[in-house]
Design a protein around this ligand. Structure first.
Ligand code: UDP
Length: 324
């Protein structure tokens, strides 16, 4: 399989997967509506089709031209908070429009569908680390929309024989040399801290210091974007359809991330303690034994320092992100 269509290839995770696919000799077509993504984040070696998944005719045109053998599907809305105020947007874009993509994949004989899912499909887990046998009980429309799409994938496989791999992850971070994280509304921890280091923000807020964790702040499993890209590429050659959780298995608290950013940037970073943010579980760590065993995934960036270093290098080079 050499021809891959990547939806959301102008977004943070998609752009770096596109770059890695191209580096490995794949032919890539990007499909993106540029609502969240950036034109400059599209690797110039890729073909680009601008369109919305809701528009079947543009989608059909892209499939007819690109003739993909596999699809990687990143295009989605992904803000938990927004999903709690505007569920319609999440179910419409992440579920209904995604069905157009699935139909087109079936119609054009796509052999593998790789889906960007999330550990948010699990809600608040009964135990940690989060492995694939835990029940999925999402606590927000974002997680629910991704779980619904996972269920639809099962049926498309059963009925149409569409082979898929769904990868569930949290807290993608870091950058490649060329591409990095630039959201128009930035809610994520690491880019917000680095904006303070760059002098673009006065301080970073710590959402909650009274959690039942060693230093009182939330613990997350930060995974380097290049390790995520590796997993997506391995998924292309997965012999069967399956669901995999993806993380490094290590946990880093908000205070530890801030401390690492201070060390890496050599700058003072003012942090202000605030109340908890709604919907934040205290500790989320993904188990990834299943994907290591089944697909041979081996993350290269096992520590938060290497992740922050790559993010900082990109932000220093691109202080205004993609500038749009
Ligand atoms: N967080 C924070 N300040 C910020 C952004 C995030 O304290 O400006 C915390 C957030 O409450 C969570 C962790 O950092 O515990 C990671 O948040 P992020 O939004 O990066 O990812 P999430 O875990 O929500 O997917």
């Amino acid at each position: 399989m050499k021809k891959i269509l990547v939806t959301g290839g102008a977004g943070y995770i998609g752009s770096i997967c596109v770059e890695e696919l191209l580096n490995r000799g794949y032919q890539v077509a990007v499909f993106d509506n540029l609502s969240e993504g950036h034109g400059k984040a599209i690797d110039p070696r890729a073909d680009f089709y601008q369109g919305d998944l809701a528009d079947r005719s543009v989608l059909r045109h892209a499939f007819e031209q690109a003739k993909p053998e596999a699809v990687m599907h990143f295009a989605a809305n992904a803000l938990v908070g927004e999903s709690m105020t505007n569920p319609s947007k999440y179910f419409r874009n992440n579920v209904a429009s995604g069905i157009n993509l699935l139909d087109m994949a079936v119609e054009s004989g796509v052999k593998k569908f790789v889906f960007s899912s999330t550990c948010a499909t699990f809600g608040i887990p009964d135990r940690m680390p989060l492995d694939e046998s835990l029940p999925q009980r999402p606590i927000n429309p974002y997680g629910e929309s991704k779980l619904m799409f996972e269920s639809i994938l099962r049926w498309y496989e059963k009925i149409h024989g569409l082979s898929f791999v769904a990868l569930r992850y949290f807290n993608a971070a870091g950058a490649s040399e060329k591409f990095g994280e630039d959201h128009r509304i930035e809610t994520h921890l690491i880019p917000n801290i680095l904006k303070v280091a760059l002098g673009q923000k006065d301080h970073v807020e710590i959402y909650g210091t009274d959690y039942e964790t060693p230093d009182g702040t939330c613990i997350r499993d930060y995974i380097h974007i290049l390790d995520l890209a590796q997993a997506h590429i391995l998924a292309l050659s997965s012999p069967q359809s399956d669901f995999y959780n993806l993380g490094t298995g290590g946990g880093t608290s908000v205070r530890e991330v801030i401390e690492t950013c201070k060390q890496v940037t050599g700058r003072d970073i003012k942090a202000i303690e605030k109340p908890r943010r709604a919907g934040d579980p205290p500790r989320l760590i993904a188990a990834s034994e299943k994907i290591r065993t089944a697909l041979g995934w081996q993350p290269q960036y096992q520590n938060i320092r290497a992740i922050v270093e790559s993010a900082w290098a990109w932000h220093v080079k691109n202080p205004n992100g993609y500038g749009d």
